[in-house]
Design a protein around this ligand. Sequence first.
Ligand code: SAH
Ligand code: SF4
Ligand code: F3S
Length: 470
Amino acid sequence: MTEGSKSLFIKTYGCQMNVYDSERMADALEPLGYDAAASADDADVIILNTCHIREKAAEKVYSELGRIRLLKQRRAERGQRTIVAVAGCVAQAEGEEMVRRAPVVDLVFGPQTYHRLPDFVLRIENGEAGLVDTDFPAEDKFSRLRQPSRAQLATRGPTAFLTVQEGCDKFCTFCVVPYTRGAEFSRPVGRIVSEARNLAEAGVREVTLLGQNVNAYHGEGPDGRPSSLGGLIGALSRIDGIERIRYTTSHPRDMDDALIAAHGNNPKLMPYLHLPVQSGSDRILKAMNRKHSGSDYRRIVERIRHVRPDIALSSDFIVGFPGETDGDFHATLEIVRDIDYAQAYSFKYSPRPGTPAAERDTQVEEHVKSERLAALQSELTAQQTAFNRKCIGRRLSVLLERPGKRSGQLVGRSPYLQAVHIIAGSSRIGDIVEVEITGATANSLSAEPCVENNAKQAGNRPLTPAEVIL
Ligand code: SAH
Ligand code: SF4
Ligand code: F3S
């Protein structure tokens, strides 16, 4: 096998942080000669970057490993070796058990040790197998990671995720994240700014700052003192080329004054906020150990809307948490009606091994969970559709991200994170164009470019490889 001829396929499950981690894994293996494979079928290394947040996620991984076993067998019959690795939160939780249950796996490693991936791959290439590394190492993973190359970045488009904070100390009683990702950690401002500059130089125009508790960010600032997320956003907004900044996921407890103020005075900070409330019932919020009440949440939303009235709000909800009564569920519907969301995610409570709520003997029956989820989702979909419809006739700026399904069509995002479809004309991926919204469904908008404002955009930037094939 010659250098550069080896291929890598990463399948990513779960949250955006896993997307970021998968990109860093690809960057880490680039110097060993691994290029992206189009599918798992012809990859020399297959990595499943997994999520453990709900039951089915782990089951999906095991059934995927069943398919990969056959694929590995077929390749072996042709004399080809396949390295199979499982990364991410299921890997962290299962550890050795994973190798026992699925012997096809050569390597299991957790979210905090993927900077060691090149070493592991070399060891497996040299004949080792069944390696497991679920350490929470003392060394700083981020400082050991490779920055992506220009070639790598050119394939990734004009938006990028950037992890600024990782882990969680909050221990909500339903959640595995504090166990799989470990204690809370914030990267220093200087490192994040230099990573963002590198992205901007490669044509990235929007960064989404990631953290399991991103607004608990308290990384070291240039003066040696901890910086808040508001301060970090200020520093990033001074980078030429970065036009849009987002962050996710926030905890209501950590929405501090500086961050709320940034929504009012930083034009690069997009008017969209994912602020999970989980439940509208104070009794359930307490049992969840959320450390905020429904009225705390309403007050925070009021303060944000005061400085940024058009902000699009999003949330996560769990229905059927142990002990949840009809009354508790109605309190959730009530908070949804009061807040009026632009978008939201909702889930049936899923007992996770090792978490306190899983031990409770007040588990809610499956059919009740299903009924509550359907009722909640119908309310949320109605709100989302109404939010989108209200945009018809408005002029919005759209960052064009990728080709659409139809010829000549491009898809981008509005400031409110809605997907917007336009007929491209002279616009290209990476342009921020002004459009007039002409149609809306529950999930996306359609629009026409406002020609007079966009003429200045065209032709001021080289084409990326993704555009050349258009
Ligand atoms: N850090 C974020 C959420 C991370 S997990 C926060 O604090 O809000 C993403 C979402 O998955 C959670 O907001 C929650 O709604 C959902 N979730 C987490 N554990 C769950 C479980 N055991 N069952 C169902 N949904 C769960
Ligand atoms: Fe999980 Fe709660 Fe931490 Fe969010 S704040 S990651 S829900 S423990
Ligand atoms: Fe899933 Fe781990 Fe993210 S459990 S949601 S991949 S932090």
